[in-house]
Design a protein around this ligand. Structure first.
Ligand code: FE2
Length: 284
């Protein structure tokens, strides 16, 4: 099975002068921050990536959030149009990021417009974790995003979601398990102000349940690391970035069952001053 991971496109047409519309509101700071960052996140760069992904003809595309900047309805509708475009390539599954749930009302908006990409039809009333199973692989989406105070980009899964995750992992233990979420799943992988509040609980669960693979975004960097002896974690840079330190990237995973083992051929494609491709091989 061929899977694409892309993340953090930060799609918005919010103009730099828009901040004044949100005075005395958290969105004021978000719009101000966007006026500094908008030169690094370009729709043209994102379109280049998507064009390349189309040629790869994947079976599944996983997006780990931050589709927008300050969670307004206009941005959320714009991102829905982009998701519909991706869905013409292959099945798309999505979890939200902190920018998508920027204000309390943003969550209702993303549920209204993005729900077909969060949940399979038959699971849509059960909320997160989302589940998709195909060819002996279980994909589990976690929602780590919630509205936070203006200084915070932290995330949280909460007890109920962790309980449900535990039971999904127990019942699918004979499959290859791939969890995806916006925030890094283990402590210490980003500044505290941006971290997952219950990362310790999640990392215990990853170890206890022998999860093979985790995908995440949020850090805007390409990283491969381990959460324990078995769990490999892949972070991917923003899909629209033109900044030299972390140019736009996506990952392609080819997951194969080989006898009693699993093999993953992972390629990272980076769209910097030139386009580079890096291959790594992983087995469990
Ligand atoms: Fe984020």
């Amino acid at each position: 099975m061929r899977i694409i991971h892309l993340t953090d496109p930060h799609l918005t047409t919010l103009p730099s002068f828009a901040a004044g519309r949100f005075l005395f509101n958290k969105r004021f700071l978000g719009a101000m921050s966007w006026s500094r960052r908008q030169k690094y996140h370009l729709r043209s760069q994102l379109d280049l990536l998507v064009k390349d992904i189309r040629l790869e003809a994947p079976d599944l595309l996983i997006c780990t959030g931050d589709l927008v900047q300050i969670g307004t309805e206009a941005e959320i509708i714009q991102a829905k149009d982009w998701l519909d475009e991706l869905a013409s390539i292959c099945r798309v599954i999505l979890v939200p990021g902190n920018h998508d749930c920027y204000q309390r009302e943003s969550y209702q908006l993303i549920e209204r417009y993005w729900s077909p990409y969060f949940f399979q039809e038959r699971h849509k009333d059960q909320g997160f974790p989302s589940i998709f199973q195909h060819q002996g692989i279980t994909f589990i989406g976690l929602c780590s995003a919630q509205a936070e105070p203006f200084w915070s980009a932290r995330g949280m899964l909460g007890g109920e979601q962790l309980e449900k995750l535990k039971s999904i992992l127990e019942t699918s233990s004979d499959t290859f398990q791939c969890i995806f979420l916006h925030h890094p799943p283990v402590p210490g992988m980003c500044a505290k102000r941006k971290s997952l509040r219950d990362a310790i609980l999640l990392s215990h669960l990853l170890k206890e349940q022998n999860v093979q693979m985790v995908l995440h975004g949020h850090v805007h960097q390409n990283q491969i690391y381990t959460a324990n002896e078995r769990t490999k974690v892949f972070a991917t840079a923003s899909a629209s970035n033109v900044a030299g330190h972390a140019p736009a990237s996506y990952r392609l995973f080819e997951i194969k069952a080989g006898g009693r083992d699993w093999e993953v051929l992972a390629s990272l494609k980076v769209f910097g001053s030139s386009i580079t491709k890096e291959l790594t091989r992983h087995s469990w």
